[in-house]
Design a binder for this molecule. Structure first.
Ligand code: FPP
Length: 243
């Protein structure tokens, strides 16, 4: 079975730009265009959910000029692409701590969510100022508030309840995570949700990642599924049998 939800750690924009003798931001710009094309390719292949790691809670450590450039790029991305994404059946959902983001991004991101709200072919989560630990901590804080207010009992807290309070509430967990740029780290991406994901690492730098590379990642996923298929009922059922 195809993956239901693909998470993508889009790494290597800076190195790619450097190889071309261009500024790092140029790599991010080409990377943003790639992101759009890959979402459309995932839609055409019948994938229901894609999560793109666009800005992590750790990315604030980069030089201010790069952070500001990334924000400008993202603002432009939302502004210029929202209508086309809506027409293409792509529903945009921004996940992450919005409170620290510039107001201008919060506004265009909310507009993109509104414009694409009725699209139903694929949901794309754009992780902005997102970290897996932030996600779990926020969920636990809300649960603790409910317990303190008497709306929940501590004994109600189980895995499903925690999942239902994460930024991806109601969505299937990612069953395939792609990382470009060759590093084999999860880098604080969807820590809770990735518990049973297959992880596909490619040396390809994100701006070079093409539809064929997506197909290679999906084939990898399918081969992993097949490997366990004869032995256990369902390796990707989120509960670990065979996983
Ligand atoms: C990692 O490459 C990439 C990022 C930190 C930013 C990813 C952002 C985009 C692709 C643009 C925005 C996308 C959307 C969907 C709005 P790196 O800079 O760490 O590369 P390096 O490892 O080669 O230095």
């Amino acid at each position: 079975m195809l993956p239901k939800h693909i998470g993508i750690i889009m790494d290597g924009n800076g190195r790619w730009a450097q190889q071309q003798g261009k500024p790092r931001l140029y790599g991010h710009q080409v990377g943003a265009n790639r992101a759009k094309d890959i979402v459309l390719a995932a839609r055409d292949r019948g994938i229901g959910y894609v999560t793109l790691f666009a800005f992590s809670t750790e990315n604030w450590k980069r030089p201010i000029s790069e952070v500001q450039g990334l924000f400008l790029l993202m603002e432009e991305f939302f502004r210029e692409n929202a209508d086309e994404l809506a027409e293409s059946g792509v529903k945009v959902n921004v996940i992450g701590d919005r409170s620290r983001l510039p107001r201008s991004i919060r506004t265009v991101a909310a507009n993109a969510e509104r414009i694409t709200a009725n699209a139903s072919r694929i949901i794309v989560n754009i992780a902005l100022n997102y970290g897996g630990r932030w996600d779990v901590a926020s969920a636990l804080r809300r649960i603790a508030e409910d317990v303190a207010a008497g709306r929940l009992d501590a004994s109600d807290i189980d895995e499903d309840l925690i999942s239902s309070r994460l930024a991806t509430a109601g969505q299937p967990d990612p069953d395939l995570i792609i990382r470009t740029g060759g590093e084999s780290r999860i880098s604080n991406f969807m820590l809770w949700q990735a518990a049973y994901a297959e992880i596909y690492v490619t040396q390809t730098l994100w701006p070079d990642f093409r539809d064929e590379d997506l197909d290679a990642a999906i084939s990898f996923f399918l081969s992993r599924t097949r490997r366990y298929g004869g032995l256990k009922t369902a390796p990707h059922n989120g509960r670990g049998e065979g996983g």
